[in-house]
Design a protein around this ligand. Structure first.
Ligand code: CU
Length: 155
């Protein structure tokens, strides 16, 4: 009797595991499968000490995540800024909703690179690491565009 009960429990556990797998579209949330980064660029900075960066993080997963920290070898500090009217203020963590996206674009929210260690030039790439609440960090090679680059017109 004892053995039979164990076998039944094992079969049930197996069935539950399969159900759990089938209902999740995001895969393992820690492998980064749910998040992807696109439209990344940095306008060539006019300042010696500061630069802005833009990108879109898309979440195809069924679970929400959040951008918690951004690092790069070109800047001593990188924060996310929200644009509020004519001024900007530092945002803490930014939510990336399930089946949604976090958009950082010109005129809106952006990455603020401060304490630049070198001045990125047009044509170069800046390596940026994005850290999330759940997903493993993602490294983005952010192309440096002209100072007046507009992604809508391409120049
Ligand atoms: Cu800013």
């Amino acid at each position: 009797m004892r053995h039979l009960a164990m076998a039944t429990a094992t079969v049930l556990a197996g069935a539950l595991a399969l159900t759990g797998c089938g209902s999740s579209e995001s895969g393992n949330p820690s492998d980064g499968a749910g998040l992807s980064v696109g439209s990344a660029y940095m306008p060539q900075p006019v300042s010696d000490s500061m630069a802005a960066g833009f990108l879109v993080i898309t979440n195809k997963g069924a679970a929400g995540d959040a951008l918690t920290r951004v690092t790069s070898d070109v800047a001593g500090e990188i924060t996310v800024h929200k644009t509020v009217g004519q001024t900007m203020e530092e945002a803490g963590r930014l939510d990336i909703p399930a089946h949604g996206e976090l958009v950082l674009r010109s005129g809106g929210d952006h990455l603020m690179f401060e304490q630049l260690k070198r001045k990125p030039k047009e044509g170069e790439k800046v390596s940026v690491q994005l850290h999330f609440a759940k997903t493993s960090p993602i490294t983005v090679e952010m192309p440096v565009k002209s100072a007046t680059y507009n992604p809508k017109t391409g120049h």
